[in-house]
Ligand binder design. Structure first.
Ligand code: ADP
Ligand code: MG
Length: 451
């Protein structure tokens, strides 16, 4: 998290005079981003006032650019910021009274209670040969929820637009009829809420929350794996809603019949309203998506640059977007147009068309060697900064080059569980945005892997 702050600061540094930067920002730290709540550590209360009155928009913009989601910003006075970070995690409760206005609606428009995020709309979902059937089903659901495609089962690999499309259905239904009761929830939240409710003796209330819904949207159903009790609970809720002709929408990375631990009856029920898949976008689809994003952002990018990105990113739309924003950001920072960057070789895209197959063992060896470590040291529990970073880079490369699952990566690099891996990969991804030295290092490691 603290490296993310460095990126944020780098962003801010571009925008103000060196004197201003060193006066106001040099000693700031990011204390927490938990619960969509950003807390920034400052030296004394004078800073709070100044940062708040002069630089809030700037900070907001820089946080947004670094993909930090938040609805509020607080400042907290910390006597010695560094000690504080080491001594404990600062929580929201610890934060001061220097509460700042909620960030404007246009920046982050999340509604907490129904799980819908208004940034996902049908208008900004580009229709192509990879998703047209699913989109037309989505449109008929919007016209007549609970009738034709019920349940609506949407599946496909990561980053292909499942969350976007089902959120867009929810948002559009609500726009047309604000009285509708809609709930979007990833299955993992459903599960943890359910367990909480049971533990607190509130099982009935949990049930009641669902009874009243007009539309239930469950995301990432594949994570139901092995959770028998919540599967049963879900099945009951499903049946109740279905009988009342309420719309049910479920996404997953695969068909229910391919999820081992899903009860057969539930599996067949889930797809009886029709199963639709999202596929990898073709070249034309990718170009169309990038053109739409450029227009939305008001960014200028040459058609050749768009084609170059589309041609080189073959994984999914999330990666396509990621590469696109990185190139736009680099072009801003370096003062070159996207095409110029590509032509002078600074925008070398992580090629997903692998040159030849490599093993995870080879990857671990090359990363460790590059950082002068043994594989054993790198894959230890050590929290020494350079060892930890090397480990995270290994996770990142395993994930990108071998498309390995986070659980598998966890066992390869000897960390506790897949969330540590997810965190590690995210960390590297965010560092890569502005840390050009790191980009070069990773390129070099890859050359050694494939070379
Ligand atoms: P999934 O849930 O399948 O993993 P997401 O819905 O999170 O994927 O999509 C990943 C990113 O790609 C999101 O930022 C989303 O807005 C974007 N995206 C996916 N499909 C499209 C599309 N057809 N048009 C525009 N953006 C898209
Ligand atoms: Mg998703």
């Amino acid at each position: 998290m603290y490296n993310v702050w460095e990126n944020v600061l780098a962003e801010i540094e571009q925008k103000i005079s060196p004197a201003n930067f060193s006066t106001w920002f040099k000693d700031t730290t990011l204390l927490s981003t938990a619960n969509d709540h950003v807390i920034i550590g400052v030296k004394n209360s004078f800073f709070v006032k100044q940062l708040r009155s002069k630089f809030l928009d700037l900070i907001t913009e820089a946080l947004n650019k670094n993909n930090i989601n938040f609805t509020t910003i607080d400042f907290e006075v910390v006597s010695s910021t560094k000690n504080k970070i080491r001594s404990r995690e600062v929580t929201t409760e610890d934060s001061i009274k220097n509460y700042i206005r909620p960030i404007k609606k246009s920046l982050e428009t999340k509604t907490i209670n129904n799980g819908l995020n208004s940034k996902y709309t049908l208008d900004n979902f580009v229709i192509g040969s990879n998703n047209d059937l699913a989109v037309s089903a989505a449109k008929s659901i919007i016209d007549a929820p609970g009738t034709r495609y019920n349940p609506f089962f949407l599946y496909g690999g990561p980053g292909l637009g499942k969350t976007h499309l089902v959120q867009a259905i929810g948002n559009e239904l609500l726009r047309r009829d604000p009285s509708l009761k809609i709930l979007y929830t990833p299955i993992s939240h459903f599960y943890s809420d359910f367990i909480d409710a049971i533990q607190n003796g509130k099982g009935k209330e949990f049930n009641r929350k669902f009874e009243k819904l007009d539309c239930l949207i469950i995301d990432d159903f594949q994570f139901i794996v092995g959770k028998e009790k919540s599967q049963e609970e879900f099945f009951n809720i499903f049946n109740d809603l279905y009988q009342l002709n309420k719309q049910i929408i479920v996404t997953s990375d695969r068909l229910p019949s391919q999820i081992k631990t899903v009860d057969e009856r539930l599996a067949s029920r889930l797809t009886m309203g029709g199963a639709f898949d999202l596929q990898l976008p073709k070249f034309e689809d990718k170009c169309a998506i990038l053109r739409a994003k450029a227009e939305l952002m008001g960014a200028e990018i040459e058609p050749e640059a768009i084609e170059y990105i589309a041609e080189n990113i073959n994984t999914n739309i999330r990666d396509l977007e990621g590469e696109f924003s990185t190139i736009l950001l680099m072009s801003e920072v370096r003062g070159l147009t996207p095409l110029e960057l590509i032509e002078n070789g600074s925008a070398s895209i992580n090629r997903t068309n692998k040159l030849r197959p490599v093993s995870s063992k080879q990857i671990l060896e090359k990363v460790a060697k590059f950082y002068d470590l043994s594989v054993k040291e790198m894959c230890s529990k050590s929290r020494v900064a350079n060892i930890k970073t090397a480990r995270q880079i290994a996770m990142f490369i395993l994930s990108k080059e071998l498309s390995m699952s986070t659980t598998k990566i966890a066992s390869e690099v000897g960390v506790k569980d897949h969330t540590t891996v997810m965190h590690g990969i995210k960390k590297i991804e965010s560092d890569l945005r502005l840390n050009f030295a790191l980009r070069d290092q990773i390129e070099e490691i890859k050359e050694q892997i494939y070379g």
